[in-house]
Design a binder for this molecule. Structure first.
Ligand code: CA
Ligand code: CA
Length: 154
């Protein structure tokens, strides 16, 4: 193709990107869970004073964790990611994962408000949702995944 056509295509792509950003194209809901979530620690002691709950997100093939919009990530629908996040492969399975950290206090409060514990031990399923972009089609997909942890103490 000649230079004029090439710059025309580049301009179109640029305009579409700006439009997609400006109007925040509505997200598409995928069928079934498309994320694998690993929450650490596996056992959460409600009395201990740690600062963070760590969560590793892996996505189904053909989706890239680096395309996740971190600001859209929520734990149990309400808790936002505390600033820290990092791309890596914590479990060495060749599937890239995104590590995010949530405030331990917020997670603990959410558990105390929403779950009934039997005695001093309980099992709690934490669900992480968010949006991931599928470039170059400007499609935004909602992902969801869960992990169950044990909870101790009151
Ligand atoms: Ca876990
Ligand atoms: Ca991995």
């Amino acid at each position: 193709m000649d230079r004029k056509t090439a710059s025309g295509i580049m301009l179109t792509v640029l305009l579409l990107s700006i439009l997609a950003l400006a109007f925040h194209i509505p997200s598409v809901k995928a069928e079934g869970p498309i994320a694998t979530i690993e929450v650490n620690p596996d056992t959460l002691n409600l009395k201990s004073n740690g600062k963070w709950i760590t969560c590793y997100i892996e996505l189904r093939e053909n989706l890239e964790v680096k395309q996740i919009y971190v600001s859209t990530i929520r734990l149990n629908g309400t808790i936002l990611v505390a600033r820290l996040f990092e791309l890596g492969d914590y479990d060495d399975d060749a599937v890239p994962d995104l590590m995010v950290k949530f405030s331990r206090t917020e997670v603990t409060n959410c558990i105390l408000e929403n779950y009934r514990m039997v005695g001093r031990l309980g099992e709690v399923t934490l669900t992480v949702t968010g949006e991931v972009g599928m470039l170059p089609y400007f499609l935004i997909l909602t992902f969801e995944g869960s992990d169950t942890i044990r909870v101790m103490g009151k």
